[in-house]
Design a protein around this ligand. Structure first.
Ligand code: FMN
Length: 193
């Protein structure tokens, strides 16, 4: 029988670089989960540039795996850098691939967003663009807390560990809220039958 209490989250970050702050933030989330939640991650590196001609022949295997992992997850955690006041192409590209028919796997999925940047606004502008795409794809976005990790270079140590206590607390709050949100949506879905 399926475990109705555990919330299995799939997380992915929109940066490919080894020392990415957003990848570090995703790793930190794994350490800050409340009981009853698990976090697996997906690396976007093998996702190719979107090509409709390729799609019509069949999803490339990394895309198929990404879609399957999204579909199997109870909830998503998307960690976005900010590039030119928006989300990076790497992230948008992966979302574009996964969003294509049949049965796009984002539909109805509970989703939390966070992001880290060296700037003062901590990816606020990127997150609002990302939210716009999430709305179109009918993801069930968590509204609060908003986790915008500003001046991120001051918040991780040389090993990539999130050391800033306030940031750790708000990431933990985000994860707990995502767990509650996912369970509420589950209950609502059961009540509907
Ligand atoms: C093409 C490009 C555009 C960027 N634009 C922004 C921006 O609009 N706002 C911002 O805060 N940082 C911007 N940055 C800086 C990134 O936030 C910074 O490189 C960050 O470390 C990227 O995330 P990562 O560490 O996870 O790779 C930009 C970086 C690149 C490469």
């Amino acid at each position: 029988m399926a475990d109705l209490q555990t919330v299995r989250v799939l997380g992915f970050a929109g940066s490919l670089r080894k020392d990415s702050y957003n990848r570090m933030a995703l790793r930190a989330a794994g350490d800050l989960l409340p009981p009853g939640m698990t976090l697996e991650t997906f690396d976007l590196t093998p996702i190719p540039p979107y090509d409709e001609d390729v799609r019509t022949l069949g999803f490339p295997s990394p895309v198929q795996e990404f879609r399957d992992r999204i579909a199997a997850a109870d909830a998503l955690l998307i960690v976005t850098p900010e590039y030119n006041y928006s989300m990076p192409g790497v992230l948008k590209n992966a979302i574009d691939w996964a969003s294509r028919p049949p049965s796009q796997p984002f539909d109805g999925k509970p989703v939390a967003i966070m992001g880290a940047s060296p700037g003062m606004l901590g990816t606020a502008r990127a997150q609002y663009h990302l939210r716009q795409s999430c709305v179109f794809l009918n993801m069930h976005l968590l509204n609060r807390p908003e986790v915008m990790i500003a001046r991120c270079q001051e918040r991780f140590d040389a090993e990539g560990c999130l050391t800033d206590e306030k940031t750790r607390q708000i990431v933990a709050q985000l994860l707990a809220a995502l767990g509650d949100w996912t369970r509420r949506l589950r209950t609502g879905a059961q009540d509907a039958y």
